[in-house]
Design a protein around this ligand. Structure first.
Ligand code: SF4
Length: 350
């Protein structure tokens, strides 16, 4: 099935063979609460014969999303607690998020900002709010990096991105501009010369953080889109979410990280899933996550290793929660495990 436009409604999901008619009522209730979009590239990638297809699991709504647990929260990583002006999140001293748009080309069922994105979400910043956001960045000389996120900033037209980049160009203390996006994978055709020129329009160092969670997302077309970005001088890094039923097994995780490196995308963050409403069916325990990440160590090159990250609920920032390779004993000596899990002794400092 090769759709030519995104699937956005329960009826379209049924027509596309992605939701059985007898499940439609539950999906309609999910659609009342959360946005739906599956891009043509992702719809084409779904194996309809596989009831556990990992691409479908990321994008096709599930009645399990109606189950909100007591620990889940609307703003799981505490964006609002650190938002001095609309569209800006200033959580760490040297960097801010600039959330210019709350629209995405796909809506991920596990999204940590699912209460903010989509047609009923926070929308696009008004010109006045944009002015305030740039004034805030300009007034804070400690801001070294601006991270465009949202929503997906690459849904903006090249003209709009160029305007943003030109405004950032005028702020001397901003040295790095980073875009967090799923576009090279889910709408690779958008990565054309005009968009690349826009991403580079500030003259600042540009990074693109690619969000992908399963190696099948790195199709030849997606890899070609990434190659266009990297060949233009943009540095690419990855971010993935560790998701039950999508990538929570060692083979899939290893293949995903290798696929990034083959595509010249340096593995960066592997996020533990956030406490977003209606997403408990995606969450595994931190111990399970640590065991999976420990298993990557001996299996794949150092180039392929991501940092396992937890965003501390409430807006307290990120913490690296990967397995420890070393511990100190009462004797002062250290016990360190090698990549096969065999333990060795390392002496204390003199
Ligand atoms: S692309 Fe990012 S912001 Fe958009 S729905 Fe997916 S996880 Fe959420």
């Amino acid at each position: 099935m090769n759709a030519i436009r995104p699937i956005r409604t329960p009826a379209e999901l049924t027509d596309a063979g992605l939701v059985a008619p007898d499940h439609l009522a539950g999906i309609e209730r999910v659609a009342e609460r959360y946005a739906i979009a599956i891009s043509p590239a992702m719809a084409a990638l779904i194996d309809r014969a596989d009831p556990n297809d990992p691409i479908a699991r990321q994008f096709v709504p599930d009645a399990a999303e109606l189950n909100v647990t007591s620990e889940e929260r609307a703003d799981p990583i505490g964006d609002l607690a650190h938002s001095p002006v609309e569209g800006i999140v200033h959580r760490y001293p040297d960097r801010v998020l600039l959330k210019a748009v709350h629209v995405c080309p796909v809506y991920c069922r596990f999204c940590f900002r699912r209460e903010m994105v989509g047609p009923q979400g926070l929308g696009t910043l008004s010109p006045e709010a944009m002015d305030e956001a740039f004034a805030y960045i300009g007034d804070h000389p400690e801001i070294w990096e601006v991270i465009l996120t949202g929503g997906d900033p690459l849904v903006l037209s090249p003209r709009r991105i160029t305007e943003i980049m030109q405004r950032l160009a005028a702020i001397d203390h901003v040295k790095i501009v980073r875009f967090h996006t799923r576009v090279p994978v889910v709408e690779p055709e958008r990565i054309d010369d005009a968009l690349i020129a826009a991403l580079k329009a500030s003259g600042k160092t540009a990074y693109v953080a690619l969000h992908a969670n399963h190696p099948r997302e790195l199709t030849p077309t997606a890899r070609a889109a990434c190659a266009r970005l990297v060949d233009s001088g943009i540095v690419m890094i990855s971010q993935s979410v560790l998701l039950k039923g999508v990538n929570d097994d060692p083979d899939t995780l290893a293949a995903l990280m290798r696929a990034f490196v083959e595509t010249r995308v340096k593995p960066y963050y592997l996020h533990h899933p956030d406490l977003a409403p209606g997403t408990s069916h995606f969450r595994l325990s931190i111990e399970e996550g640590r065991a999976l990440v420990a298993g990557l160590r001996g299996r794949i090159s150092g180039l392929c290793q991501p940092t396992y990250i937890l965003d501390i609920p409430g807006g307290h920032g990120k913490a690296a929660i990967g397995p420890d390779a070393i511990r100190q004993e009462n004797t002062g000596c250290y016990t360190v495990s090698d990549f096969k899990g065999v333990e060795h002794t390392y002496p204390p400092s003199e």
